[in-house]
Design a protein around this ligand. Structure first.
Ligand SMILES: Nc1ncnc2c1ncn2[C@@H]1O[C@H](COP(=O)(O)OP(=O)(O)OP(=O)(O)O)[C@@H](O)[C@H]1O
Ligand SMILES: [Mg+2]
Length: 291
């Protein structure tokens, strides 16, 4: 894959490939009631078995895009397909079974009297028996390292604990795609690591694709197959992490800073007068490159 830049004069996004893509957003725009532009002429897609990172500065439109993926918001212009279904006009029934969204603010998601009730809500709505729903909920809580919270009141949890429980609630339903809005913000390094591992594990074990909106470019570099740079409401460049994150001018154009691993490698090469002839984006790759 090479970096592809969006041609601002192109009338449409690349054509929708129904066989390969689970989500296809075709030139979608959304203007909020107060006139703020959330996304503008946004083209985006998610393939089967893919982990895609959305990276962009504050206010660039990442959360707005994510809220379009499960039908919470509808574009004023453009079209969105999910699993072959045009969801931008009318038909959104049961969309939550296909795309799960873990919100940036967990308070938007949690509502039941106990954590276990909350995580069981989705499985029960999928038609599971209470016993099966409970087993699915407990397994999901276990996966995110939050089994000990099951009897707690969601309202009284810490921000990080709420986030883990919200992720468990989506995970328990095993949708085709999970969109995570800032999945590791508010989490301590241990829990951030659990979530990072979980995202890759879900793809391996259940073939669940993931969209991750994140300011943690090192996380994106480690786990994403493809990075989309978002600016002013649209994806303006995309490519593999090692291509995107070593195009420093592009990263700055996006209003971002390169991942730490990239900075360390380039600084190491500068100090030692070495040509940066590798493109490490993970710690093991960095160690191999400077050996
Ligand atoms: N409910 C809303 N009403 C009005 N404007 C909104 C609303 N939500 C978002 N916006 C505006 O839409 C634009 C995109 O916001 P969005 O939250 O999607 O950005 P983001 O990339 O997720 O930012 P962040 O990194 O800070 O989470 C911003 O200009 C924001 O002010
Ligand atoms: Mg956001």
């Amino acid at each position: 894959m090479t970096i592809s830049h969006r041609d601002p004069n192109a009338p449409h996004c690349p054509a929708y490939n129904k066989e390969r893509e689970l989500i296809h957003v075709d030139c979608a725009s959304h203007c909020y009631p107060d006139g703020s532009v959330g996304i503008h002429d946004m083209c985006f897609y998610v393939k089967k078995d893919e982990i895609v990172a959305l990276c962009g500065p504050n206010g660039s439109g990442k959360s707005t895009l994510i809220e379009h993926l499960n039908g919470l918001l509808t574009p004023n212009k453009g079209a969105i397909w999910v699993n072959g279904r045009l969801i931008s006009v009318g038909e959104k029934t049961d969309l939550w079974k296909e795309v799960g969204v873990v919100f940036q603010r967990s308070d938007d998601q949690l509502f039941a009297p106990t954590v276990l009730d909350d995580v069981m809500f989705g499985p029960l709505n999928l038609g599971m028996t209470p016993e099966k729903a409970q087993a699915a909920a407990l397994a999901a809580l276990e996966s995110v390292g939050a089994a000990d919270l099951r009897e707690r009141l969601p309202n009284y949890l810490s921000g990080g604990q709420k986030r883990l429980v919200s992720i468990a609630g989506i995970l328990a339903m095993k949708p085709l795609v999970i969109a995570f809005d800032e999945p590791t913000s508010d989490l301590d390094p241990v829990h951030a690591g659990i979530i990072e591992h979980l995202i890759t594990d879900l793809r391996e074990r259940f073939r669940i694709s993931a969209v991750i909106a994140t300011h943690d470019l090192d996380l994106a570099a480690r786990i994403a197959d493809r990075v989309c740079l978002v600016k002013n409401g649209s994806v303006f460049a995309e490519g593999e992490p090692r291509e995107i994150f070593y195009d420093i001018a592009l990263i700055h154009e996006a209003g971002l800073e390169p991942p730490q691993i990239v900075k360390v490698y380039l600084e190491y090469c500068r100090v030692h007068g070495r040509e940066p002839d590798a493109r490490p984006v993970r710690m093991d790759e960095l160690m191999a490159a400077i050996r």
